[in-house]
Design a binder for this molecule. Structure first.
Ligand code: MG
Length: 266
């Protein structure tokens, strides 16, 4: 099932089931405790990010060819950093280039996002998918200057600016994606394909990431896990490509859909 979150014409938050023919019907219930289908057409005034995560756990350097393009050795264990709830952005709303703490090196990163549906702790790789509610598209927007040169060794400063985590356009429940480790994933910037890969290039699989991130660490329902980005990021290009006001960036993942955001100045 494709589950979309939205505001209706009264300004109330609702959930809709998006059908294969594009029809949208109201869903009753709650994303984490269970939804029920209805026949009533959904009243959608504005599409929202499909979930408001408490935190976004992120895997860095998780694609072989991405590590290669950066001249980095593949990590021996998953690299973990976080994005905050406040950087989540809706489909269609702008990615804002920071101007107060100015960045001149804002980059895109297409990523498969896992939505955790049940409390997970010390989960085995074999059981990891039992804890997944579904999947969506993410853009792990990154200010490379504040992530690397100006960061004193921590990535987070460049990763958690407002609007730096677009999610959407909906959650596809896991029954529709039995193998999340073999999905085509792309970034399209102003009509040009910048990243075009498959989640099969991930160093650590979806199950391995959940197992490692939940080790001695509680992952709450509603947490989103970003699984890393493939090769083709702007910073690895010669010359580098940075997002500019007026750009349009789309993340597309097979079996999920596409997430598009314009780019503007803060
Ligand atoms: Mg990333």
């Amino acid at each position: 099932m494709k589950i979309q979150r939205h505001l209706d014409s009264q300004g109330l938050t609702g959930l809709a089931e998006i059908h294969p023919d594009g029809r949208a019907t109201q869903l009753e219930g709650d994303l984490l405790t269970g939804v029920r289908s209805t026949d009533r057409p959904a009243d959608i005034a504005k599409i929202l990010a499909p979930i408001e995560p408490g935190v976004v756990l992120c895997s860095g350097m998780n694609y072989r060819k991405h590590a290669e393009e950066l001249g980095a050795k593949p990590p021996e264990r998953p690299v973990l950093f976080i994005k905050t709830a406040s950087c989540v952005q809706n489909p269609g709303d702008p990615i804002l280039i920071p101007t107060h703490l100015a960045s001149h090196e804002v980059d895109y990163e297409c990523e498969l996002a896992i939505v955790i549906g049940r409390t997970a702790k010390n989960v085995s790789k074999e059981n990891a998918l039992d804890y997944v509610l579904g999947y969506t598209c993410a853009n792990d927007v990154s200010a490379r200057d504040w992530q690397i040169k100006l960061s004193s060794g921590q990535w987070c400063r460049g990763k958690i600016f407002d609007t730096f985590c677009p999610l959407g356009p909906w959650i596809v429940t896991k029954d529709e994606i039995p193998n999340p480790d073999a999905l085509r994933i792309r970034t399209i910037l102003n009509g040009a394909t910048m990243q075009d890969s498959t989640t099969a290039d991930m160093i650590f699989s979806v199950s391995e990431l959940i197992a490692f991130f939940s080790a001695s660490t509680t992952i709450l329902p509603g947490t989103v896990i970003l699984t890393g980005t493939p090769s083709g990021v702007g910073m690895a290009r010669k010359p580098p490509v940075w997002l500019q006001a007026g750009d349009s960036v789309t993340i597309e993942i097979e079996k999920i859909g596409s997430l598009t955001n314009p780019v503007a100045l803060e």
